[in-house]
Design a protein around this ligand. Structure first.
Ligand code: PPS
Length: 570
């Protein structure tokens, strides 16, 4: 490990071992137990190894952890607001004791670092959530991660880095803190103001950052997070193509774009302090903080987790100790009469303020509606439209559920034919029988096997949807929880329409086209849905059809109308 005294006075850690040492570590590590780093741990370790989390030299031990939670400081008193911990499974922790060396690997098994285990402990995660994030409500993405997705045991210890996690995208925009400090030095940038973002930047952001740079007489670093952000955020590939356009809108030689491999916790005020420390490590002298910094959205009661200026207030108190100056900014708003953006504090009485919220912007993208030039650059909007086509160009899944013989396949086929008549879309039917032959031939009809079957259908349907196609699924899918799981997965990539074919068991049995009900009654077929196995009717399906009094034509037409109403066909 080397320590560099930074031009701006901050100490920068570099935890990557020399080439020779790294080779030796690789050989030694063959005899160590291995931990496969989770996605978030991979982002954290990248930040640790390159010095972006200086002065940390590894994952926090128990004393530092307790001190960070309680006082926002490491045990030596240095300001550090967010616990960086390595969470592992109990079975793994049982193999360890203080002094054990472990190999930390990525998902392909590449050795990233060797860690010498210091402390091993079981944290009180609710207390951590309350102290660090100010809540235990898992509508907060950081709380959700901590309480529902992280492992139960923490291990702390120093790291010896072997290899940085690999990235193949936008390499020319990826810089370590040392790279950026060197570049600033070479360019003569002695004052640099950083802008943190996890969203596409529009005109208001350009105006805000430009004014902030002017105000602080500094060069500007656009420093977007490309690690983990808030679930549902726009992917970093699309955002970066937007930033690359936007960067050209600043005066030449004044502004730089670089990517930050951080896993955010959406921790508002504490996160803001953390972001400032990180930017100082990257060689910045100033840091822009607007309203709702690193905001997690609302809690389950619909109230905000933090006040809009809590982050400014906290960093305001700690900035001089940290050694970076905060550039606090109110919201920028567009004043129609002036045809320009001004800070909301400068709006005069009688001014017409125009605003498009994030939600409204996403709605307009989804509906393919106009997005005015005063709001964003047309190149930025076009880029986002490429990734987020309007609903009628997105893929969707129609998911039928109902008893055997209820008419799912018949209606599904009628629907497919009608959609094919319109043309322009690729359609795949995932019929119950067909899936069981091709995808799930080894499965039976126990709850576990049925769930697996539906999950497989859901996976294929979500891939089809993601690629802009139409998936029509018609399994029995008797369990609500499993169907809802499919809904969640598919909805991330496009539309999802659940159709409950509610035809009664009496009608299905009366038809008994395959003779299965008779066999089920005779006990020849076991676990038969509706006879000897449960069927949980959906609570909120988009469409309900009873084929006893509805022809396939009528039924498929109702689904078409629903799809039209939802915007998926035009
Ligand atoms: S599930 O529960 O969704 O996994 O069932 P699915 O894969 O849709 O069932 C496909 C067809 O299997 C036939 N079959 C049974 N259905 C229900 N219960 C039992 N025990 C059973 N055994 C065989 C039945 O014909 C299903 O097809 P459909 O098209 O629904 O009639």
């Amino acid at each position: 490990m080397t320590t560099i005294i930074a031009p701006h006075g901050g100490v920068l850690k570099d935890l990557i071992a020399s080439e020779k040492k790294a080779e030796a570590l690789k050989t030694e590590a063959m005899g160590y137990v291995s931990w496969d780093l989770t996605e978030r741990q991979l982002w954290d370790i990248e930040m640790l190894l390159c010095g972006a989390f200086s002065p940390l030299e590894g994952f926090l031990g128990k004393d530092d952890y307790a001190s960070v939670l309680k006082d926002m400081r490491l045990s030596d008193g240095t300001v550090w607001p967010v616990p960086i911990t390595l969470d592992v499974k109990e079975e793994f922790a049982e193999k360890l004791k203080t002094g054990t060396k472990i190999a930390l690997r990525d998902h392909e098994g590449v050795l990233i670092a060797v860690m010498t285990v210091g402390d091993i402990w079981k944290p009180d995660k609710k207390a951590e959530a309350e102290l660090v994030l100010g809540s235990t409500d898992d509508a907060h993405p950081g709380v959700d991660y901590l309480l529902n997705r992280s492992n139960p045991v923490y291990i702390g210890g120093k790291l010896q880095g072997v290899e940085m996690p690999r990235h193949y995208d936008f390499k020319y925009l990826r810089n370590t803190p040392k790279d950026l400090r060197d570049r600033f030095k070479k360019l003569g940038w002695t004052r640099v103001v950083a802008f943190q973002t996890r969203n596409p930047m529009h005109r208001a952001h350009q105006e805000l950052t430009f004014r902030a740079a002017q105000k602080s007489a500094a060069n500007l670093l656009i420093h977007p997070v490309v690690g983990m952000t808030k679930p549902g955020d726009i992917d970093h590939y699309s955002r970066i193509r937007c930033y690359e356009y936007l960067i050209k809108q600043y005066p030449e030689q004044t502004t730089m774009l670089s990517l930050l491999p951080l896993a955010m916790r959406m921790g508002g005020p504490r996160e803001c302090v953390w972001h400032a420390i990180i930017r100082k490590n990257y060689g910045c002298t100033h840091f822009i903080v607007g309203r709702n910094h690193a905001d997690p959205g609302n809690n389950k009661k619909g109230e905000p987790f933090y006040g809009p200026f809590d982050a400014q207030e906290l960093l305001g108190k700690l900035q001089s100790e940290i050694g970076i100056e905060m550039v606090a900014f109110p919201e920028m708003v567009f004043v129609q009469e002036k045809a320009e953006y001004v800070p909301s504090s400068e709006v005069n009485k009688g001014d017409t303020v125009l605003n498009i919220s994030g939600t409204e912007f996403r709605r307009r993208l989804a509906e393919g509606l106009d997005i005015p030039e005063w709001f964003s650059y047309k190149e930025v909007v076009n880029e986002l439209r490429r990734t987020y086509p309007p609903k009628h160009k997105q893929g969707f899944t129609v998911f039928f559920t109902g008893l055997s013989g209820s008419g799912k396949s018949t209606v599904a086929n009628a629907l497919m034919v009608k959609l094919m008549e319109t043309g322009g879309r690729r359609i795949t039917i995932l019929d119950g029988d067909m899936v069981r032959k091709n995808l799930s031939s080894e499965l039976g009809f126990s709850r576990e096997h049925r769930d697996l079957n539906i999950q497989r259908i859901g996976f294929v349907a979500s891939e089809i949807t993601k690629h802009g196609g139409i998936a029509i699924c018609c399994p029995i899918a008797p369990y609500s929880k499993t169907r809802n799981g499919v809904r969640d997965v598919v909805s991330q990539s496009g539309g999802f329409v659940e159709v409950h074919v509610s035809t009664s068991v009496e009608t299905c049995e009366g038809r008994d086209r395959k003779g299965l009900y008779a066999k089920a009654r005779a006990g020849i077929i076991k676990e038969f849905t509706g006879i000897s196995d449960p069927y949980e009717a959906p609570e909120n399906p988009e469409v309900v059809i009873d084929t006893k009094d509805c022809s396939p034509d009528e039924a498929s037409q109702r689904i078409i109308l629903k799809l039209e109403q939802m915007g998926y066909i035009k």
